[in-house]
Design a protein around this ligand. Structure first.
Ligand code: FES
Ligand code: FES
Length: 159
């Protein structure tokens, strides 16, 4: 079987898997990193949102063979390590402070999407306002959207 190499949460990994297997299954089932959730598998629900080279992406819709050795993937498990200081990324702390989670299933993807959106707005010199937050497409079946919006704004102030 072909070998696939990439970096995830700061560690270089090599997996023996066919190149057309989608990355979410490699991350969850072969590497045992279960923060990115499987909701739809077709890039709609955004529960699997993670980062590739610092930008949001959805590994359920990417074949592992499309990932190159130099690509750096970050899941919710590795998010805090991308931030200097503290055990949590400020967006994770904001999530706790605002008591956002209900069942929790969508929340890793929500946080990863939020961090990527804040970084995008910072690069573009835009405010994290309701319009920017509205661009996020992560579904929460528990309907925690009001608290998500509050937490994104609070987390962004610390980033
Ligand atoms: S599981 Fe990836 S977008 Fe739904
Ligand atoms: S907290 Fe339950 S789906 Fe979002």
């Amino acid at each position: 079987m072909p070998e696939q190499k990439f970096t995830i949460n700061g560690e270089s990994v090599t997996v023996d898997v066919e190149s057309d297997v989608r990355l979410l299954w490699v991350i969850r089932d072969l590497l045992g990193i279960t923060g990115p959730k499987y909701g739809c598998g077709i890039n709609v629900c955004k529960a699997c949102t993670s980062h590739i080279n610092g930008k949001a992406f959805n590994p359920c819709s990417v074949k592992v063979g499309a990932i190159s050795e130099s690509d750096e993937i970050t899941t919710i498990e590795g998010l805090a390590d991308t931030w200097d200081g503290g055990d949590l990324h400020p967006m994770q702390q904001a999530w706790i402070d605002k008591d956002v989670s209900q069942c929790g299933f969508c929340q890793p993807g929500q946080i990863m999407a939020a961090v990527a959106k804040v970084r995008e707005c910072q690069r573009e010199g835009r405010d994290i306002d309701d319009d920017a937050i509205e661009e996020l497409r992560n579904i929460c079946r528990c309907g925690t959207y009001n608290r998500i919006r509050e937490a994104i704004k609070a987390g962004a102030e610390e980033m």
